[in-house]
Design a protein around this ligand. Sequence first.
Ligand code: NCD
Length: 308
Amino acid sequence: MLKGRHLINSEDFSTEEIQSIISLAQKIIASPQRFSHCCDGKLLGTLFFEPSTRTRLSFEAAMLRLGGRVIGFADESSSSSTKGESLVDTIRTVASYADLLAMRHTKEGSSFLASSVCPVPLINAGDGGHQHPTQTLTDLLTIVEAKGQPEGLCVGFCGDLKFGRTVHSLVKAMSRYPDNRFIFISPKELHIPNHIKIELDRLGVEYREIERLEEVIDELDVLYMTRVQKERFFNEADYIRLKDSYILDKKKLRSAKKDLAILHPLPRVNEIHPEVDSDPRALYFRQVGYGMYARMALIIKVLGVEEC
Ligand code: NCD
């Protein structure tokens, strides 16, 4: 039962619960008009303390397409946090107006803290370099649509695996399905955090870490590209040194499988050359569209309005 639940980390929901969201998203894709009044009279509050294009707009589009309405802010400077209001007071305030909240914040753990005072479902739309579970729902839906199931896959994660919250959430979610193995492709400065490797070891999930994409691209069923997370670097020189570590182009894809699925949470900076966009294996713009359907399904589930 997902009604009334918060979603802070991608492990908060069981694989069955995640599957029920993916299945509902697929039903919505097949006949969106059937769901266009599910959220009549309901209000979503969006609190974005950090920039966003896709996540905020897809949450808003999702609620509007379900018949609901949206309030919120897209920029910390237009909220009372600039007057010194604490996060928990802001949450208590908006939660007394809205039926559910989606929040993005610069600080790791902020969504967890916010959820502890929030009487309505609170969805983490990204907390610093920690997690981004609704991107994971989007990614899983994309993988299921492309591969039929999120299991038995060799998944390459490439780029900024240290600060990339979408990677952390997706690795944790995919490690729960059988027979997935992971290849982490990054410069050593941007390795996946140790706590995630400890968890994979505990679960007995196979993984390895390498630096060169070319060495493994032919093994991959899914390639998850990410940008180097400029805003999380302490030092500009380090960012400049690492920002172009990977650029996926047609040449690198020559040895890749014919049915490779190339994903990217976007925004892209330089890590995928635009010449790849027309390759049928490039799924990242389809993935953007799935984000809205995944969030529609999530909203329906946490509001408990499935019988609309
Ligand atoms: C990601 C994020 O915000 O973590 N973007 C998104 O939500 N689609 C990825 C990123 O910013 O690199």
